[in-house]
Design a protein around this ligand. Structure first.
Ligand code: KMH
Ligand code: ZN
Length: 279
C-alpha cells in the first residue's frame, strides 16, 4: 500500500465561465498565485487548462509555453498540461499542446458523453498522443472516465509500449454525466481492473460535483491518490460555493492526514511517477 498521497490540483478546467465563478483562476497571475498557495498546502501536481484575454479556454501554444515557464519559475509543482482542452478543440490543437514541453500531460482513454456534449477521443488520436509523449519524454496521466477506458489502456500499452519513464499512472474521473458514476463500487471495479495493467500502476481519483467527498474517501482507503480543484467541484458543501482552490486542497490534505497518508512532495511524486528530477 502506498504510504503518502499524491494530491493534484485542477484549478480551472475549460467548462466554467469566470462571470459565473469569479474565484476561478483564469489569468497567468491568478494561476501562479493559486499554484503557489496550493503547493504550500500540500499539492504536488497541477493539471492546467488556460484561458485567453477574454477568459475563454484556449490551447494557444505561446500562452501554454509562458504558463509552463511561469509555473516552473514560481513553484516546484509537477506541471501537467491538459490535452483534453474543451470539447470543441480540434485534435491538431490538442496534439500541439505537447510542444509546450510539460513534464506531464493528460491522455484520455476514450470517447465519453460529457453532459450535453461529447468529449471525443478516437483510438487513432489516443495512439498519436501516446507515441508523441513517448518521443518527447512527457509522462502521461491516463484519464479514465469509464471502465472500458482501462481496457483501451491495456490495448494501447500492449501494442505501443510503456510511457516515458516506464511507470503507468491513471486518474479515474468519476461522476461526469455520461461517464462512470462517482461511487465506491465504480472505484473498486476500476481498481480491480488495474490488475491487468503493469505491476505498480498507480491511480488517483476525482469525483465531479457532489461525488467529490465519497470518491476522495474511497480512493484514500483503496490506496489511491487524489485530484481536487475547481475544474471538478464548485460547491464545497450544500448551498456553499467553493471560495478557492486552496479550500479544496486543504480539505484533501486533511483527509489524507486523517488516513495517515500525508501529502507527497513534488520530489517524491517525481520519484513515484519516474519523472526526471528537476535540474
Ligand atoms: N475539459 C474536458 C472536455 C483533460 O483535461 O484531459 C476534458 C478534460 C480532460 O478536462
Ligand atoms: Zn482537465
Amino acid at each position: 500500500m502506498t504510504t503518502g498521497t499524491l494530491i493534484t490540483v485542477a484549478p480551472t478546467g475549460a467548462e466554467s465561465a469566470k462571470a459565473d465563478v469569479p474565484a476561478l483562476p483564469v489569468t497567468l497571475d491568478e494561476l501562479v498565485t493559486t499554484a503557489k498557495e496550493c503547493e504550500a498546502l500540500g499539492a504536488s501536481v497541477i493539471h492546467v487548462h488556460i484561458r485567453d484575454d477574454e477568459a475563454q479556454p484556449t490551447l494557444d501554444l505561446g500562452r501554454l509555453r509562458d504558463t509552463v515557464a511561469a509555473l516552473r519559475e514560481s513553484t516546484d509543482l509537477v506541471v501537467q498540461l491538459s490535452t483534453g482542452g474543451a470539447v470543441t478543440d480540434p485534435e491538431a490543437d490538442r496534439l500541439r499542446v505537447l510542444e509546450a514541453d510539460p513534464e506531464m500531460a493528460s491522455c484520455t482513454m476514450g470517447t465519453v458523453n460529457f453532459g450535453d456534449d461529447v468529449f471525443m477521443n478516437r483510438w487513432e488520436f489516443i495512439v498519436e498522443l501516446h507515441t508523441r509523449m513517448q518521443e518527447r519524454g512527457i509522462v502521461p496521466e491516463y484519464e479514465i472516465f469509464d471502465l472500458g477506458h482501462l481496457a483501451s489502456l491495456q490495448r494501447l500499452l500492449d501494442k505501443y509500449g510503456l510511457p516515458a519513464g516506464g511507470h503507468v499512472h491513471v486518474d479515474f474521473v468519476m461522476g461526469v454525466p455520461g461517464g462512470m458514476p462517482g461511487t465506491i463500487e465504480a472505484l473498486v471495479a476500476c481498481r480491480q481492473a488495474l490488475r491487468d495493467l503493469p505491476e505498480g500502476t498507480t491511480f488517483s481519483a476525482t469525483g465531479i460535483g457532489r461525488t467529490t467527498i465519497p470518491v476522495m474517501l474511497a480512493s484514500l482507503s483503496a490506496g489511491g491518490h487524489l485530484r481536487v480543484g475547481m475544474e471538478d467541484t464548485l460547491t464545497y458543501a450544500k448551498g456553499e460555493p467553493v471560495e478557492s482552490n486552496m479550500q479544496l486542497v486543504a480539505r484533501a490534505v486533511g483527509f489524507a492526514q486523517l488516513a495517515q497518508r500525508p501529502p507527497l512532495t513534488p520530489t517524491e511524486v517525481r520519484e513515484l511517477l519516474r519523472i526526471p528530477a528537476r535540474a
